[in-house]
Design a protein around this ligand. Structure first.
Ligand code: CAA
Ligand code: NAI
Length: 243
């Protein structure tokens, strides 16, 4: 039970990787707040996961909504030990065709969302003298990806923000790390053209796409005491697709 008595907020946990993380954290003793915009999926996810899970609706792009999330969690659980900034969206288009709102929406959720959640949670972690922040980057942010100007920009920024926060918050007892998943079997990847997805599959040395649980296990490690001397790191969990 690596997360016994810990309270974790996982954004975007109604679906995909975030849901797998919620399941994995609960298996290790945590109480998990599923913080997601998708109300129907969030309620269903909390029901599936049982009494250790609860759902709070949030739009991470909206500061006021994040403030309400954090106040609700503090009222209900009294502490926040772990924040996983996992919520994310894609609005893929070639640079020549990308619209201003496609660019901005991805930056609002994938970058400003991480800033909002961390900034609202951090006073509570500082007060308790401990905490774990895990941010979700991507193979696209590390190496770039065709059709993802907006997304790659946000996911690359996550790496810089993670290092900055590790430097600022280390002396407060807070670890800040990122995970950079490769192509992982969720709804996000299902939106890709099948021919391109097939190309991706064929170049992964481990010969498969990631499973949500592969990424959840990396989140779990970084959230656990086993990773207490790791901070500012971006862990690539991508089947060695690029090195
Ligand atoms: N890698 C290599 N080549 C790619 C590519 C990719 N990821 N995406 C597109 N291309 C190529 C196409 O094969 C095509 O090549 P040809 O001109 O030789 O035929 C060319 O780029 C133009 O592509 P389209 O004809 O599809 O152009 P479009 O304007 O109709 O659509 C697009 C552009 C929306 C970007 C579409 O190609 C697409 O959805 N591509 C996939 C983008 C992608 O990889 N998204 C990742 C989503 S999953 C995710 O984001 C999670 C994560 O963190 C990795
Ligand atoms: P998903 O689409 O299955 O789940 C994303 C979740 O985020 C959904 O439940 C959605 O409702 C929620 N969400 C979206 N916008 C939100 C907002 N404004 N506020 C609150 N919640 C919001 O996606 P997946 O694949 O599980 O992605 C999880 C994270 O992993 C994302 O940050 C994504 O960018 C990243 N990632 C995914 C990869 C993949 O191949 N699936 C690869 C690399 C990174």
């Amino acid at each position: 039970m690596r997360l016994n008595n810990k309270v974790a907020i996982i954004t975007g946990a109604a679906n995909g990787i975030g849901f797998a993380a919620a399941e994995r954290f609960i298996e290790e003793g945590a109480k998990v707040i599923i913080a997601d915009f998708d109300e129907a999926a969030g309620i269903a996810a909390a029901k599936r996961l049982g009494s250790q899970a609860s759902y709070v609706k949030v739009n991470v792009a909206d500061r006021q909504s994040v403030k309400t999330l954090v106040a609700t969690v503090m009222e209900q659980a009294g502490q926040i030990d772990i924040l996983v900034n996992n919520a994310g969206i894609t609005r893929d288009a070639m640079l020549t065709k990308m619209k201003e709102d496609q660019f901005q929406q991805v930056l609002d959720v994938n970058l400003s969302g991480v800033f909002h959640c961390t900034q609202e949670v951090i006073p509570h972690m500082i007060a308790s003298g401990r905490g774990k922040i895990i941010n979700t980057s991507s193979v696209s942010g590390i190496y770039g990806n065709v059709g993802q100007t907006n997304y790659a920009a946000a996911k690359a920024a996550i790496v810089g923000m993670t290092k900055t926060w590790a430097k600022e918050l280390g002396r407060k007892g807070i670890n800040v790390n990122a995970v950079a998943p490769g192509f992982t079997e969720t709804e996000m990847v299902k939106k890709m053209p099948e021919t391109i997805l097939e190309q991706m599959r064929s170049v992964v040395p481990l010969q498969r796409l990631g499973a949500p649980r592969d990424i959840a296990n990396a989140y779990l490690f970084l959230a656990s005491d086993e990773a207490s001397y790791i901070s500012g790191h971006t862990l690539h969990v991508d089947g060695a697709i690029m090195m």
